[in-house]
Design a protein around this ligand. Structure first.
Ligand code: C2E
Ligand code: CA
Ligand code: CA
Length: 627
């Protein structure tokens, strides 16, 4: 027998085990499976070494000892093959929710093998001890079991190929290839103890690809990182395992970082990580990002008490090389089992809640995630619908007529965007417009609305409908892109629509002192677009500023109209007269009754808009209404 392979293999294995045992390990299945592989592998190697050695010097030992050691070797060798398979399934399982049939059927191979090994003294099928070790008629089971499991694993990988990342596919394939090669080598060179070297290679593949503790550790040490948080919650969700989370954020983290500098802040964070790790050994601590942390426990930890303990520590400053940092916290508490929501959503919601609390005025503010999950879920749903509608040209545009005061006829319309959820219900524009502005969707939204309005104008005889122009709302955020005049002109050109047909509305509130806004509006105006000032009277009206912009129409906000109709004063009529002298036409919004229409007519408004005439309606309905 040649032991030149097994000794170095065992030494390398010991190094890996040492490294693995003494670093924090995330309590997930993958880690447990790997741990089992390490333990079983080292036992197999030990029994293999010892039994081979004793077999060579068999006359010196009692047969019972030889039987026992050989049986132990075979049992562990069979189980080891199976454990590598279990590991592969665990990787798949973290992606696929269903347990594969293969997984359930797999023990059918190793259990009979183990039984045959255990009964070897009775039947001698696997081996016999008579004049030393003699292979039995079923000795080949050792190779068969060794090859069957990597083959099963390869089939399982193939079946879930589309759910795996390229990195996982390569790593899992390499793992099975190494194991099969090991068995072939064992058949070809039976006197060399080579299989263990291949198992060691397989262990190294697993370690590097999936379980290197550094993949899951925060860069500042002691606690885990965000991918680890995802992995742990994902597993808890799938296995319905009890799991409570205390999330907390350092209030005004970014401002603190600005103020004290990255180095100081990092030193404080390292201190916090270390304190968490040492104070809560029974929990898993995570640094998520930008001053956000989470503590996770599986034995129903008391989150209230935990919060108190953490805030008590934060009442004292954190020492750094240079000085002391006082930090305050906000908390979010969650019980995963109780909320029963997928881990992705939970992590997202937790992060959003923590961000919201980041600027909370009071320290130690806390909330239960369950309460905010509905609101945040709604936000996420809306975002998903919005993304879908933007990608599939799915936004709808409704039209609401503007009526000429003198003739009482519809002369124009305002285009109002509409978004539907999966069930076809309308989502309120105020819910998704501000989201579109904050999250960078508004430019695409505005262009889709403009395109649809242009298409409507191209496809219908506007003269016959009596419509002279259509108002399109513009968000100030759209002005951030410098090429907006060119892009808008290009859209009109694409549909062959005249500039005069489109009036752009911008709200009074958006008229901040902003030279880019001014330049863009002037630019668009020079390109032939007309402008209306929307929601006049809802903000701080500044007449001199209004004069600096090339408006041609002022839309009086519906609140102002409502107030005037309730309590007629002289202010609004005077204001309107002022605008008229500036050659501006006036539209009154939110006209809901005949009386309101009359009142606004009396003070010389030019156009009226509101539910009294019509609600915003889909384009085809609008055409029917005008025909
Ligand atoms: P807005 O520009 O002030 O639009 C008028 C809003 O008042 C519309 O609400 C309209 O349905 C509603 N309205 C009209 N007549 C009456 C009435 O008689 N009584 C009452 N109570 N309400 C009336 P909507 O469609 O929900 O739109 C809300 C806001 O969303 C709009 O306010 C506008 O700021 C924004 N928005 C709508 N479409 C677009 C768009 O395509 N782009 C941009 N940037 N913003 C849009
Ligand atoms: Ca408007
Ligand atoms: Ca308005």
């Amino acid at each position: 027998m040649n032991y030149s392979f097994i000794i170095p293999s065992m030494l390398v294995l010991l190094v890996i085990m040492g490294y693995y045992f003494f670093r924090p390990r995330l309590p997930i299945r993958l880690n447990r499976a790997f741990l089992a592989i390490l333990v079983i592998d080292i036992c197999t190697e030990l029994f293999e070494c010892i039994s081979f050695r004793l077999n060579e010097t068999w006359p010196e030992h009692a047969p019972a000892l030889l039987w026992a050691l050989n049986i132990l070797f075979f049992v562990f060798a069979f189980i080891r093959s199976y454990m590598f398979f279990v590991f592969t399934v665990s990787v798949l399982d973290s992606h696929v929710l269903l347990r594969s049939r293969l997984h359930v059927l797999a023990p059918i191979v190793y259990i009979p093998c183990v039984l045959i090994a255990l009964t070897a003294p009775l039947n001698g099928w696997l081996f016999r001890i008579s004049d030393g070790f003699r292979a039995g008629s079923l000795y080949w089971l050792l190779y068969a079991c060794g090859c069957a499991y990597p083959l099963f694993a390869a089939i399982a990988v193939l079946r879930h190929l589309h759910e795996l990342s390229p990195h996982q596919i390569i790593s899992l394939t390499a793992l099975q290839a190494v194991l099969i090669l090991g068995n072939i080598a064992r058949i070809l060179f039976p006197t060399y103890v080579v299989m263990n070297t291949f198992c060691l290679m397989a262990i190294i593949v697993i370690f590097i690809s999936f379980l290197n503790p550094d993949l899951f550790l925060s860069e500042r040490g002691y606690v885990y990182n965000l991918p680890a948080f995802h992995a742990l919650l994902e597993e808890c969700y799938r296995r319905k395992r009890s799991c409570r989370v205390l999330g907390f954020t350092i209030q005004n983290y970014n401002e603190h970082r600005e103020l004290f500098g990255g180095k100081q802040m990092d030193a404080a964070l390292i201190g916090i990580n270390r304190w968490l790790c040492e104070t809560f050994p029974q929990l898993s601590g995570f640094y998520l990002r930008s001053g956000c942390y989470a503590l996770v426990g599986h034995n129903k930890p008391d989150l209230e008490a935990l919060q108190q303990q953490v805030s008590a520590r934060f009442a004292d400053p954190w020492k750094t090389e240079v000085g002391e940092l006082r930090l305050s916290l906000s908390f979010v508490k969650a019980d995963m089992l109780q909320m029963d929501c997928p881990s992705d959503r939970l992590v997202n919601t937790l992060m959003i809640s923590l961000d919201e609390l980041n600027h909370a005025s009071e320290p130690d503010t806390s909330r239960y995630l369950k309460e905010s999950i509905a609101a945040i879920s709604q936000k996420l749903d809306i975002r998903r619908c919005l993304e879908g509608a933007l990608n599939n040209d799915g936004l709808e545009v409704f039209l609401q007529p503007l009526v000429d005061c003198l003739t009482g006829k519809r002369v124009a319309a305002e285009a109002l965007v509409r978004l539907r959820d999966e069930r076809g219900r309308l989502i309120r524009p105020d819910l998704f417009i501000s989201m579109a502005e904050q999250e960078g969707y508004i430019v695409r939204l505005g262009e889709q609305v403009l395109s649809k309005v242009c298409r409507f104008i191209r496809d219908h005889d506007m003269k016959a409908l009596g419509i002279r122009w259509i108002n399109v709302n513009l968000s100030p955020v759209q002005f951030m892109s410098r090429d907006i005049p060119e892009r808008f002109s290009a859209i009109l050109k694409q549909y062959g629509v005249d500039q005069e047909m489109i009036h752009l509305e911008i709200t009074e509130q958006s008229m901040i002192d902003f030279s880019l806004l001014h330049d863009q509006i002037t630019d668009l105006h020079d390109n032939g677009f007309q402008f209306a000032l929307d929601d006049y009277g809802s903000g701080y009206s500044n007449l001199s500023r209004v004069r600096q912009y090339p408006f041609s129409n002022i839309k009086i906000d519906m609140e102002v109209v409502r107030n005037y109709c309730r309590d007629r004063d002289v202010l609004l009529p005077a204001l309107i007269q002022g605008f008229k002298q500036m050659n501006l036409s006036i539209t009154a919004e939110g006209i809901e009754t005949e009386e309101m229409a009359g009142a606004m007519k009396d003070i010389c408004c030019d156009y009226l808009q509101g539910y009294y005439f019509s609600r915003p309606v889909p384009m085809d309905e609008f055409v029917k209404m005008c025909a």
